[in-house]
Design a protein around this ligand. Structure first.
Ligand SMILES: [Mn+2]
Length: 355
């Protein structure tokens, strides 16, 4: 499997060449964050992005994310224009060697946490989700908390410009059901998967984070049944999944090892996010180090099935803690992600030797 790191381009506090210094890292996962969702990505920006990575000796073959405009999720007549832009962006990306596009189909909020820097016992801090601090409050309050907690770092999915229209967005989603949202996803997939095929790109939908309804908004990428329904809806290899052990792992009912086994054996998961989360008895969770026993995720079990299935796709260590005094974008410090990367590769190396 190919190990990558998420890189935030010119907004990243980590100098690009540092990723190359993590043993085993072959590439970065990039994105363009200054173009609003729904707009066509300018070729010049894509070219610059890929060239910068390549100049640092890193591949850039995965994009995370090309965000889907809310009008597509809402199924409004204006969606066709945004889908045409999406197709055009796919063609541009393919021209510069992109092989996988990660995206999500969550209404309004891209991901949700109650705390971006919860102190842990060891003196580090990590992202956390407490139900009472999210599910009972005014969404505007949550937006304020997230933006304040981001310490000035751009937070993809939480763009202030877009969230300024939050009241209108909530009105538009009034009455939206899971069934209708799913139909809108299928409409989108039926349009873009043929383009993906022609571009040699695999689309990889990311699970909802957290994988349950928040603020009454529908969620359709929560569990094995949802994942299966999505890949069957347009049953082509280009219609793939990003399996994220943290997002899916936020619900203890999800059997992560079985899910990773099933979809990598089918070759329908071109991209993986691996991290660990720890649950408490109230159903809250926070993020922890990647090492297996620090959290609730069976990290070793996941790596074993990936090895068994001879996984050849891309993966990246997902959110880590902030350790050793590092300051930066919550979840995306270098140090703990590098520890996680080494830990996981260590497991892989032993499995390889035993084969
Ligand atoms: Mn993820």
């Amino acid at each position: 499997m190919k190990m990558t790191f998420r890189w935030y381009g010119r907004d990243d506090h980590i100098p690009l060449p540092y990723f190359k210094q993590v043993p085993g890292a072959t590439g970065v996962v990039g994105g363009i964050f200054h173009i609003p969702a729904g707009e066509d990505w300018p070729e010049e920006d894509v070219k610059n992005l890929v060239e910068q990575a390549n100049a640092a000796g890193l591949e850039l073959e995965v994009i995370e994310s090309v965000n889907v405009h809310d009008d597509i999720k809402l199924g409004l007549p204006s969606r066709d224009r945004y889908i045409e832009n999406y197709k055009s962006t796919m063609r541009t990306l393919s021209k510069y060697g992109i092989k996988v596009i990660c995206y999500n189909f969550m209404p309004i909020f891209d991901w949700t946490r109650s705390d971006l820097a919860m102190p842990l016992e060891d003196g580090s801090n990590a992202l956390a989700y407490e139900r009472d601090k999210v599910e009972g409050i005014d969404p505007n309050e949550l937006i304020k908390n997230i933006l304040e907690g981001s310490k000035g770092h751009a937070m993809p999915g939480w763009e202030p410009e877009r969230l300024a229209g939050i009241k209108k967005l909530f009105e538009q989603y009034e009455g939206m059901t899971e069934e209708r949202l799913f139909d809108n996803l299928v409409y989108f997939l039926e349009q873009i998967i043929p383009v993906a095929k022609e571009c040699n790109i695999r689309m990889a939908i990311h699970p909802d984070d957290p994988p349950w309804s928040v603020f009454g908004l529908p969620r359709i990428v929560k569990n094995d049944a949802d994942l299966e329904r999505i890949i069957k809806a347009v049953d082509e290899p280009e219609n793939g999944l990003t399996l994220c052990s943290g997002s899916l792992g936020a619900n203890l009912d999800n059997d992560l090892v079985a899910i990773f086994d099933k979809y990598t054996a089918m070759d329908r998961a071109p991209f993986l996010h691996i991290r660990n989360v720890k649950h408490n008895e109230k159903g809250d969770f926070h993020e922890v180090a990647h090492k297996d026993e620090t959290g609730s995720v069976d990290v070793k079990g996941i790596i074993k099935v990936l090895h068994k299935n001879n996984y050849k796709g891309y993966w990246r260590p997902d959110h880590g803690r902030m350790i050793w005094g590092e300051e930066g974008r919550p979840g995306y410090g270098l140090y703990d992600r590098a520890l996680g990367a080494s830990y996981i590769q260590g497991i892989w190396d032993i499995l390889e030797e035993e084969r």
